[in-house]
Design a protein around this ligand. Structure first.
Ligand code: ADE
Length: 443
């Protein structure tokens, strides 16, 4: 919790040892160059989660803001039994927190380090891996950094791939903020990356799957050397030897996976039809769009608390901002392009309590002769104007423990000098709510 306490002022306080009052953060599960993963428990549901904390500054420095937005939106939609789910994204001033499904069984490679797997067990995990990889590839999502740390096990000893869609965000940024592709061991990296050729994300993932399969079956790496340059050369030559216990069918498949030429390397479709692979393969059956369209259908205890955007809102509480909101806000506080053309509006930050924000909006609107049609703890809708041509919706979203985003959308059917209800009448009355560097009080 210490690290997270220092991560930002608003996400937790010494009295409240939770992150956003929602997650009790526990032990460190793992860490990379700039991201740390903690075990945490959802205080409402008692469900275990893993929280990956990333320094925002590094994302900004790495010029990865757009990548983060894109990757998160993709990850949120990935639902597959062998992929760790992204449950929500939170942020404070300094960090972004990815709340992930918790894989209780730990790293797969901790098991293989004890002793190599039988061919049948190797096949079972490889089938699960290819099922996850194929699912992502069919959606244009590539991992690009498949390696042992990203292969976890759940409580039933099934594989869970983590960081799909996140690797471009997390593992490619060095502490200096620069993008990198080659940090750590290149043992799982495809030759075309080492040779700095342009590369195809799908082919690169297949190569890494080949290395993983080799390790599962043999207990050691196909291309290895204490000297990195020698290891590079071995990878690029593609010269490897399978252990004597390897069946001819597996040997054939490994040679197709570890083909140094990406153009002739086996594809996911070909793997699925491979005779060694097919033994006992149970395809994960689902309709592609089913998972995306029925967004919340398979949720369990969180069903009622999940917003349509994948963020959580408990009952009538403020919606915690979703990834897009957080990033468009927290990376520069820039508001743009969020409303459609017919609507006007604004978003601003407020440090005032939500009740006070709602009461102020109501008072200002009623003072202008408008009618409140909906009023909740976190939203208010008003209509009216001289010709009943004005409508306004104000919605509050919690950004941090202290800060609330006030999102205002307005519609005026006739826009003219006598019809600027929002700009001339309402907006000035809300100035006192706006958090600037030193927030002005409402008096
Ligand atoms: N280590 C990294 N991510 C994890 C997760 N989702 N569950 C368990 N351990 C992890």
């Amino acid at each position: 919790m210490r690290e997270l306490d220092h991560a930002g002022d608003e996400s937790s306080s010494p009295a409240d040892k939770t992150l956003f009052g929602k997650y009790e953060v526990g032990r460190l599960l793992g860490y990379g160059a700039f991201a740390k993963v903690y075990h945490a428990r959802d205080v409402h549901t008692e469900r275990s989660v893993a929280i990956k904390a990333i320094n925002k500054q590094r994302i900004i420095k790495g010029g990865l803001t757009a990548n983060v937005k894109r990757e998160i939106s993709i990850m949120r939609r990935l639902r597959h039994p062998h992929i760790v789910r992204l449950l929500e994204v939170l942020a404070n001033k300094k960090k972004i927190f990815f709340v992930l499904e918790y894989a209780k069984g730990g790293e797969l490679f901790a098991k293989v380090a004890k002793s190599r797997f039988s061919e049948d067990l190797s096949r079972r995990y490889f089938q699960q891996l290819i099922s996850a990889v194929g699912y992502c590839h069919s959606r244009g999502v590539y991992h690009r950094d498949l390696k042992p740390e990203n292969l976890l096990l759940d409580e039933n000893w099934n594989l869970k791939v983590t960081d799909f869609g996140l690797s471009a965000v997390t593992d490619q940024i060095r502490p200096d903020g620069l993008l990198h592709t080659l940090c750590g061991t290149p043992a799982y990296v495809a030759p075309e990356i080492l040779l700095k050729k342009g590369y195809d994300g799908a082919k690169v993932d297949i190569w890494s799957c080949g290395i993983i399969l080799f390790v599962l079956n043999s207990g050691y790496l196909p291309f290895n050397d204490p000297n990195l340059m020698v290891m590079y050369k071995k990878i690029c030559s593609g010269d490897f030897r399978v252990p004597r216990w390897t069946s001819p069918d597996l040997k054939r498949l490994l040679s197709r996976l570890l083909d140094t030429n990406p153009a002739t390397r086996i594809t996911v479709d070909e793997i699925i039809n491979d005779p060694w692979f097919r033994v006992g393969f149970k395809e994960v059956k689902f309709h592609h769009d089913y998972l995306e369209l029925k967004d919340d259908d398979d949720d369990d205890e969180d069903e009622n608390s999940r917003g349509s955007d994948g963020s959580f809102a408990s009952g009538d509480n403020l919606k915690i901002m979703n990834a897009f909101d957080i990033i468009s806000f927290s990376l520069g506080y820039k508001l743009s392009g969020l409303f459609d053309d017919r609507e006007d509006g604004e978003r601003f930050l407020s440090k005032e309590p939500p009740e006070k924000i709602i009461e102020t909006v109501v008072a200002v609107a009623e003072g202008e002769g408008l009618t409140v049609v909906t009023k909740k703890e976190w939203c208010v809708k008003v209509v009216g104007g001289s010709k009943c041509n004005f409508a306004m919706a104000v919605e509050l979203k919690r950004l941090t423990e202290e800060l609330v985003v006030v999102e205002v959308r307005t519609r005026e059917s006739e826009v003219g000098p006598s019809n600027r209800v929002w700009k001339d009448k309402i907006r000035p009355g809300l100035n006192c709510l706006v958090y600037k560097t030193g927030p002005a009080g409402c008096g």
